[in-house]
Write a protein that binds this ligand. Sequence first.
Ligand code: SRM
Ligand code: SF4
Length: 568
Amino acid sequence: MSEEKKSHVETVKLESNYLRGTLGEELAVDTDSFTKDSTHVLKHYGTYQQDDRDTRAERRAQGLTGKAYSFMVRTRIPGGKLTSRQLLAQLDLADELGNTTLRITSRQGLQLHGILKTNLRETIRRINETQLSTLGACGDVNRNVMCCPAPYTQPIYRQVQVLADQLADHLAPRTPAYHELWLSDPDSGEKTLVGGGQPEEIEPIYGQHYLPRKFKIGIGFTFDNCVDIYTHDIGLLAVVRDDQLVGYNVLVGGGQGTTPAAAKTFPALGQRMAFVAPDRVVDVATAIVKVQRDFGNREDRKVARLKYLVHRWGLSRFKAKVEEYYGQPLADPEPEDVTGHNDHIGWDQQGDGHWFYGLNIENGRILDRDSMQLKSALREICTRLEPGIRLTAHQSLLLTDLQGEQRDEVEAILRRHHVKLSDQYSTVRRWSMACVAWPTCGLAITDSERVLPGVIDQLELELAKLGLEDEPFTVRMTGCPNGCARPYNSDVGLVGKARGRYTVFVGGRLLGNRLNFIYRELVPLEEIVPTLVPLLTYFKQDRMAGESFGDFCDRKGLEDLTAWANQA
Ligand code: SRM
Ligand code: SF4
């Protein structure tokens, strides 16, 4: 493809000299923001330039020019595994340099918001000092690698975590610019010379252009698809027989993002491509990444994800190309598929005499407010008991490696800080998830995290009236169609379409292996629950034994559901 046809972001990456651009110069000057081109480069270091969208109008009214800029800083944490010390360091950063909150993301990462440009370097340096990294948390590279976070002692759990770590290390950008820009003393004059090196020496996997778009990998089990493997560019399904992990079914081309006005875009489920032995997975994943690097669309970022390449070529042609890059034929996938889902919430035994506690955190936001001091409670638990920490794909966390006698202490600390124990959450709230959206997300059309709790309040009442309060089904909300809370395979998806209005999707499922469909468009926030009530009533009356709400909606289909709702 000629350089002229490539998108502007491609040119910026190519000319950035392995993600340097003018970031060094811009960091050195006393401004509150970066130039537009530099923000594209900046993302690869796990940080986004944002502004407080709540204050835009007020600032205009006050005659202030420009925006109230600050930065989101994302830490990538393979499998969501970290220590109490690392979590405490992030909480310190949130309090000292951020907006005093810390956010667990839908990909087992952590996000700080409200970091000022002058504090960016210190923030990233301090995260690295705790042996965590922001490199590749965003940008056109492989993102955080997800895997089941449960700390059970059976070897298969350790094996998937080891694989997540290996993939994360192997596919991390290797540019020395990360160290140079963020970790070395800017006044020391320390510079790493990369200008003369060959692309294959500096970035053997990515080259000078990096990937056409973001890239995501998740590793799940057949009996526990808690990481939603069908939604990743590469989904790895661990095939376990007689307690042994015999290999992985490799799924390709999953993804959620879509632009409703552009018919060429769509959410897609991963397609089952091959079965690969455990020790070959990193090489096969690398071959897939390289195929996307060389053949993914670099003209139009809307259709640049791997799913569009798989769609354009078809699975057989895509597989043949991966085999060519890998150097060997690949076996067909084994019959195993996902059969279960576990959010790991509540108390459970690890198998080594220790316990873990899955603490439900509503929409992943760790903060103190008058009615509940979650941040302080976690600080006290981490300081006094030093549990291991695992972040879940549902924006919650597990406190691990606890002694039996520490269980009461954990609960007492949570209670003292007015934090609800996991069993005090309703089933519907436990299985709900919202993206960040307003006010920090620059792409948000409307609210998500700030309004979902109110929607759930109403739903709880209606479900109780119908006697459906114990019914597990997923409700996922996003402030725009990009799909950051994975709303397109959930039982109920609520997707921001206009300010205060949402598209209501139904018919997905907890297992994550079916897309939902649009039930109603442009539903005002306050009408969401009234829109769902007739469907829930119908479900209660006409469901088959054991049928879930999503399965029911899928079986009935749009026409039938609409006819019922119209006469109800
Ligand atoms: Fe996302 C862009 C937040 C998981 C699909 N996402 C964004 C940005 C960075 C907005 C932007 O580009 O300016 C959001 C920052 C908001 C803020 O203020 O923090 C953002 N995404 C998030 C997080 C924090 C949502 C959350 O509440 O947890 C998640 C961070 C995960 C992490 O730790 O890495 C997050 N984003 C996802 C997921 C879910 C997943 O990966 O499992 C998806 C759908 C899966 C997928 O990628 O297809 C997702 N985010 C997007 C997209 C659409 C991509 C596409 O292919 O069309 C965008 C927009 C884009 O890339 O142009 C986006
Ligand atoms: Fe922002 Fe949209 Fe992602 Fe929500 S789904 S965080 S509104 S980009």
